[in-house]
Design a binder for this molecule. Structure first.
Ligand code: DOR
Ligand code: ZN
Length: 354
């Protein structure tokens, strides 16, 4: 086995500790049954987003959702879903604390109300969360943040940078020891903010924000399968994300934000936000790390920095990525719907072998 820090650039295989996905949407019902196997094949654990309809806000709901996920896993799978609590204006600190103590909730998720898919019950004003934030800081429970303001007067491409100014800076001034994961960052401002923060501030980075800039949504026409939130930004931002992800800094780790929607719901006059990258997520990250000549840093980003931040053990099992040309299908059938995967129709250089 080649240790990860001695990987030659032309290696024909890559052996890593099995990674985890620190941000994924597994959905529910038929979609859950169709998509969970892709995540379970690649990752040992995943932080499961709670933006169902209705959202997962209580310990009982999280347990029931975890049971539904486990019931959909292929036989013999050891995949472990890690549950999150969807914060609302009226979230009860004692319910969150109990869920964390019982090992049901791993983290809380802050959606600003109306920021994205199923966020209508999200938080309308951060001041409504003061007692919750106090509790999270005291018990060391991570707060996962969808960092975009929802003010219609703010240009959609500026919403993340403005969120830092209007919300994050004040929140961390008031709760300096709060553990915060700035989710799916898309801007150089977010990279700089995370780098300047203490060890209690980290960020996840998606495969798609490393691979595309905002032009991808408009190449020769509207391309709904490249639309997600936060929306991809200009090229200099993508380059800043690639630098951060491949830097070796423990503050940046893998979170796919894989967010499946039926193709018909995206190819619509008002298409849903979300990119379904679960089937080839590691292959996509490997492409970025190889292009940046940083394959030796992939294991840290994918398998070490995340568990270290969350205070969880590293996975012992190893996986192998093989250098083999891999054609990504145009669509994947999921029960009654079809879903278009990220990189559809492209050939990737790596393939995860079991
Ligand atoms: O593009 C996105 N899709 N961003 C989110 O924040 C939510 C997600 C979804 O649930 O579809
Ligand atoms: Zn998400």
């Amino acid at each position: 086995m080649t240790p990860a820090d001695q990987i030659p650039q032309d290696a024909s295989s890559l052996v890593l500790r099995r990674p985890d996905d620190w941000h994924v949407h597994l959905r529910d019902g038929g979609m859950l049954a169709s998509v969970v196997e892709y995540t379970a094949r690649q990752f040992a654990r995943a932080i499961v987003m709670p933006n169902l309809k209705p959202p997962v806000t209580t310990v009982a709901e999280a347990k029931a959702y975890r049971d539904r996920i486990n019931a959909c896993l292929p036989p013999g799978s050891t995949f472990q879903p890690l549950m999150t609590c969807y914060l609302t204006d009226t979230s009860a600190p004692h319910e969150i604390e109990r869920g964390f103590a019982e090992g049901v909730f791993t983290a809380c998720k802050l959606y600003p109300a109306h920021a994205t898919t199923n966020s209508d019950h999200g938080v309308t004003d951060i001041r409504n969360l003061l007692r919750v934030l106090e509790t999270l800081q005291r018990i060391g429970m991570p707060l996962l943040v969808h960092g975009e303001v929802t003010d219609r007067h703010i240009d959609i491409f500026d919403r993340e940078a403005v969120f830092i100014e209007r919300v994050l800076i004040g929140m961390l001034r008031d709760f300096p020891a709060l553990k915060v994961v700035f989710e799916h960052i898309t801007t150089s401002e977010a990279v700089a903010f995370v780098e300047a923060g203490g060890p209690n501030i980290a960020a996840t980075i998606t495969p798609h924000h490393l691979a595309i800039n905002r032009n991808a949504m408009f190449e020769g026409g509207i391309r709904p399968h490249f639309y997600c939130l936060p929306v991809a930004k200009r090229e200099p931002h993508r380059l800043a994300l690639r630098k951060a992800a491949t830097s070796g800094s423990a503050k940046f780790f893998l979170g796919t934000d894989s967010a499946p929607h039926a193709a018909a719901d995206k190819e619509s006059a008002c298409g849903c936000a979300g990119i379904f990258n679960a089937p080839y997520a590691l292959e996509s990250y490997a492409a970025t790390f190889e292009e940046e000549q940083a394959l030796d840093r992939l294991e840290g980003f994918a398998s070490i920095h995340g568990p270290d931040f969350y205070g969880l053990p590293l996975n012992e099992e190893m996986i192998t990525l093989k250098r083999t040309r891999t054609l990504v299908p145009e669509t994947l059938v999921t029960g009654s719907a079809s879903v278009v995967p990220f990189h559809a129709g492209e050939t990737l250089a790596w393939r995860l072998v079991i």
